[in-house]
Design a protein around this ligand. Structure first.
Ligand SMILES: N[C@@H](CCC(=O)N[C@@H](CS)C(=O)NCC(=O)O)C(=O)O
Length: 237
């Protein structure tokens, strides 16, 4: 029997969703425990992730209930580290390609998503900055997509796709609903810019990622929209 694997997540967290996608793509048996970030259980920081953030996984050790984590399991946090861990655990899943150049490209894509898109998009959604850096980040990412290839790298789903897809799913929501803390209309405006010919390659990639069965399984757009409505009650001026 394989070692136990438990994912601690928050459903609306894009970082958690990366891991849900990778687990689904690898068809990996696991348990999932929803951490209420507004009322975190005391044991979560002391027994799973000292910084109190999701996602986190426990691996190995006895097969315990997720709300009673064992000191004998390995604890792994940081979404991009967990993605690599899952690719290592499931080498035949294709989550990381076998050849060194493609592996480097996957890692570069993940690094680019982190440096150029993740922070700027979240800051835009939270009303902390305009969409300028988000657009620059999207342009940078688009430049990494190779013509005629369906995925971030090559012709197979990898952890690079799992890393960016949750952000693309949120980009779709904010541009279609204008939900966010940014000034009214800025979400729609970003959506209009993305519809132009300049971003056609990226938007086709977005479409492919949103149609992926793993994304459909992990992503409940209606619930996320409802959640956004509860947290984005004010707007930045
Ligand atoms: N760099 C981390 C970011 C994780 C993160 O910010 N998680 C948020 C949810 S989206 C969280 O757990 N926040 C709770 C807290 O900070 O107390 C990763 O990639 O895993």
């Amino acid at each position: 029997m394989s070692e136990q694997l438990t994912l601690y997540l928050f459903k609306a967290s894009p970082f958690s969703q990366k891991i849900e996608l990778a687990l689904a793509e690898a068809n990996a048996p696991h348990k999932a425990y929803q951490v209420d970030l507004f009322n975190k259980p005391e044991w979560f920081a002391s027994k799973v992730n000292p910084v109190g953030k999701v996602p986190a996984v426990t691996y190995g050790g006895p097969n315990v209930d997720p709300d009673d984590p064992s000191p004998l399991s390995a604890k792994i946090a940081e979404s991009n580290v967990i993605l690599e861990f899952l690719a290592d655990l499931y080498p035949d899943s294709g989550l990381l390609p076998k050849d060194p150049v493609s592996r480097a490209k996957v890692r570069f894509f993940i690094d680019a998503t982190h440096k150029h898109l993740e922070g700027s998009l979240l800051d835009f959604i939270r009303g902390r900055e305009s969409s300028e850096n988000t657009l620059k980040g999207i342009e940078f990412i688009q430049g990494l997509l190779e013509e005629g290839k369906d995925f971030a790298v090559g012709n197979h789903y990898t952890i690079a796709d799992a890393c960016i897809s949750p952000h693309l799913a949120r980009l779709k929501i904010i541009t279609e609903t204008d939900l966010g803390r940014f000034p009214a209309g800025m979400g729609y405006k970003l959506g209009e810019e993305l519809k132009g010919p300049k971003f056609a390659k990226l938007m086709k990639y977005v479409q492919r990622m949103l149609e992926r069965p793993s994304l459909k399984q992990a992503h409940d757009e209606e619930s996320l929209i409802a959640f956004f409505k509860t947290i984005f009650t004010e707007r930045a001026q």
